[in-house]
Ligand binder design. Structure first.
Ligand SMILES: [Zn+2]
Length: 445
């Protein structure tokens, strides 16, 4: 059944165009027509229509930490203690509720595809549940009910630090060895569908030894699955890796075969010039998480340098400190301005690609993140008559700049994901999101 959407403005071929008709069928865009005029049976989408955002790095459960870690001095490592306390309380049942509400918040902010970097696998003592993938299945079911696409990046996490056994809550994360991780990840593949991809992740060079990293790389390479890893988020990680192996985390991952066009380095905040060249030469993606990186006092990564080296940039909400892909886009450029004292390092097309096509590619959805015939039918409409953008529509040339540099998540008023309308007039059609967030968070804090 063909559905038609008439867009006041839409982002097509890396530019704003007025009066666009999108036709979809079977979850795909079948045609995109210019100068369409009003079509009687078309849904009218006011504002600027963009491809749905890909949130390429998420830990859904960390939504419950929002506002609970702010009022004390500390750094990434002290924040991590609070995160472990929360992680210890998760069960398949309460994680399903929390993830469903968190994914619904994402959809309301325009996210139609999430990459869930998933490492809370086992019960609090570290023993597998009767169904060893109970937690991963809960996360996938949550995404299905919320109505977005998911790439579950099942994460290999075997050590508490380089050469040290997992301790406390970390025991939930560990499969004991890479062979056991691989066997469990194989079974997870049964969940794959038109809206679900199962990929792999190495938590970090801290949490997996070099031989295990090679095993995960092989698992992902055998199937062409996306492979992600946290890389150089903290100087302390670099120091420990250089001390143990005489090379940086990026160089260690390269030596173990990880770097390819299926690989995404998450953060890459503290990378060297050699690391940047390796990531670029191997066609890698780097996923920045600017609102989390500033929240955790990580630092500002070299995004223009990476882009110039040939790296594709993507974006993620990571710790869910806030969920606002528009803010992530502009933070990529704004952080760079603060660091370099120059404006305009990233073009508007580059920022939108980071939030859309590049993120989809990093998550294995190679036909997502575009408004074009054949692409996934995932798109969103952003209000251009809000307090933040009023006045911009008089000049379509500046419309995308006004949206990226001034809009907020709540300006997203309509979301179509996999061909289905999930959000209309700023409301999720099946979930009372704020209420579900409050209830599910109360169940775990
Ligand atoms: Zn992360």
């Amino acid at each position: 059944v063909t559905s038609r959407y008439h867009c006041e403005f839409a982002w097509v071929d890396a530019a704003v165009a007025a009066d666009i008709l999108i036709e979809i069928d079977g979850g795909r865009i079948t045609s995109v027509s210019r100068n369409a005029g009003k079509v009687a049976d078309a849904v009218q989408l006011g504002g600027l229509v963009l491809p749905g955002f890909a949130n390429a790095h998420s830990h859904a459960f960390q939504r419950a930490l929002r506002g609970r870690t702010q009022n004390k001095r500390g750094n990434f490592w002290s924040w991590r203690d609070s995160m472990y306390t929360l992680a210890a309380r998760l069960t398949p049942e309460n994680y399903f509720e929390l993830a469903r509400a968190t994914f619904a918040e994402m959809i309301l902010s325009g996210v139609t595809c999430v990459g869930e970097f998933h490492y809370v696998h086992h019960d609090p003592s570290g023993r597998p549940y009767a169904n060893a993938n109970a937690m991963g299945e809960a996360v996938v079911s949550a995404a299905r009910e919320a109505g977005l696409r998911i790439t579950l990046l099942d994460t290999c996490y075997l050590q508490g630090g380089i050469g040290t056994a997992p301790d406390g809550t970390q025991r939930r994360f560990s499969d004991g060895n890479a062979a056991a991780w691989s066997a469990r990840a194989d079974r997870l593949r049964e969940l794959e569908s038109s809206d679900v991809i199962v990929g792999a992740a190495v938590h970090s060079v801290r949490a997996a030894d070099p031989e295990s990293i090679a095993r995960v790389v092989q698992w992902a390479g055998d199937s062409g699955a996306p492979l992600h890893a946290h890389v150089s988020e903290q100087p302390g990680e670099n120091e420990a890796c250089i001390k143990a192996f005489g090379r940086t985390p990026t160089q260690l991952l390269f030596d173990r075969g990880a770097l390819s066009d299926h690989f995404t380095a998450v953060h890459a905040t503290h990378v060297t010039d050699t690391d940047i060249r390796l990531l670029g030469d191997n066609g890698c993606t780097v996923c920045f998480c600017p609102t989390t990186e500033r929240d955790l006092a990580d630092g500002i990564g070299p995004s223009p340098e990476l882009e110039s080296a040939g790296v594709k940039l993507a974006l993620g909400s990571d710790s869910q400190a806030i969920i606002d892909p528009i803010e992530e886009m502009r933070a990529l450029e704004m952080n760079t301005r603060l660091r370099t004292m120059e404006r305009g390092s990233h073009s508007i097309a580059s920022l939108i690609s980071a939030a859309t096509a590049n993120g989809h590619r990093a998550l294995g959805w190679h036909d997502g993140g575009r408004i074009a015939p054949g692409a996934l039918a995932d798109f969103i409409a952003v209000d251009i008559k809000s307090l933040r953008t009023a006045g911009a529509s008089a000049n379509p040339e500046i419309l995308a700049d006004a949206v990226v540099f001034a809009s907020v998540a709540s300006d997203v008023h309509h979301v179509v994901a996999a061909g289905r309308t999930v959000v209309r007039d700023g409301k999720h059609l099946s979930i009372d999101v704020a209420n579900e967030l409050a209830k599910s968070i109360a169940g775990v804090v």
